[in-house]
Write a protein that binds this ligand. Sequence first.
Ligand code: BYC
Ligand code: FE
Ligand code: FE
Length: 469
Amino acid sequence: MGNVLTDEKIPNNVNLGSDKRLQRALEAWQPAFIDWWKQMGPLGWQERDIYLRTAVSVETDGWAHFDHVKMPDYRWGIFLEPKKEGRTHGFGDHYGQPVWDEVPGEFRNMMKRLIVTQGDTEPASVEQQRDLGATAPSLYDLRNLFQVNVEEGRHLWAMVYLLHTYFGRDGREEAEELLARRSGDADKPRILGAFNEPTSHWLSFFMFTMFTDRDGKYQLSALAESGFDPLARTCRFMLTEEAHHMFVGESGIQRVVKRSCELMKESSGDPRSLGGIDLPTVQKYANLWYSLSLDLFGGEVSSNAADAFASGIKGRYKEDRYDEHKLVGSHFAMDVLEGGKVVHKDVPMRNALNEVLRTEYIKDCQRGVDRWNKTIKDEGVDFQITLPSHKFHRQIGMWAGTYFTPDGQMIDAETFARRRGEWLPTAEDETYIKSLMHPVYERAKMASWIAPPNKGINGLPEDFEYVRL
Ligand code: BYC
Ligand code: FE
Ligand code: FE
């Protein structure tokens, strides 16, 4: 298998040219993808030159090739991490046995469902972010948005490759459906909740890339452990791209809070009076996107999660950090709802794996929030962003249909409805944030509500023409 890409229509390191049937199927899907991209991808910027990073091979230096390109000419392709000979199942009932290069018949449906669910999130996020190019706070941010968008497009390619290669006609049909569903559409919505929520301004975009792309990191990491080797290898390569998405979110919010602090000091306390975003409003958007993203881990107690682990399809985050990989007879201590009350108790580990993964995710989110708080402290402002309780504002799993305050006190529906506006963005907050969203497309200029980045892309200066107007 070569790692250097050729001039084929579909850049790849899977020797696509050797399988003519597959190549033809993917080449038939490609125009549908480009149509979808033109219809649902970034609005108004398709003919501009954008300074993008494009993967040209999977070697460490090969995926960091930068150049100005028009988005529809981006080299979307299929990249899998090189195969490791002799790899064995790292967890589950097949622990220690050689990994699979094909999908065993009995696991076909479960595997297809996971791949389709993963694949569905990728175009969904592009659709959610479609209009943001009209209001970017700088050319630097505009370019980062498009970088994220083209890479999510490539992640769709990654899942479509698996569907076409390993799932025959069913897989090809699913690949078509991935281009037919639409984020937020009443009749044909995307599969998972958060991917139907509007990200109608840049504060939500940064929260989305901070919290929702981070779900991507954890889900992809769990699939990167898979005993279905092609899935593991493609997820490993996807993870290299995911790091940048989370950087965009975490550093984006860090710049927002820095600016809030500066404006608070300039205005004796009210950053809104100077066109900034006050920290309590930042907190509300964090509460919203964090809780929506917690839902993406599925039910707290899940037989689907147990089955996916048992069969070797979906592991834990960094499975090799654990000592025990079969999880028969072990337990996880967690909060559950029993008779309307919160009870802390042991749940059979395999059934608790969604919660185990969510717990790792929560720790990772907290590390990012700690860095925001350090920025606030360094600015000399007395305020802390906090992550709400994992029970707050949940719509999937055990806590759906119950009501909790951000600090985890159970309350009734009426109290929640009355106090909701203290904790989650109100229509007024939304109107205010949208009122700040004006494009700032002069080189090296920034919108009023956000501080400049610490450094440019790829070592370039702040005034570089990241997008040619
Ligand atoms: N919304 O046993 P349960 C990313 C369904 S993000 C709606 O509790 P299970 C990205 C579930 O499908 C990463 N429905 O959970 C980020 C099931 O339905 P059926 C995306 C939901 O099965 C930013 C039922 O409820 N990747 O890459 O363990 C930008 C009971 O399910 C939701 C993945 O998610 C929900 N939130 O599912 C771009 C990985 N949660 O079968 C990209 C693949 C659950 O009864 N997916 N349901 O009809 C999975 O591993 C699993 O499907 C889940 C949990 C993690 C979603
Ligand atoms: Fe992705
Ligand atoms: Fe992402």
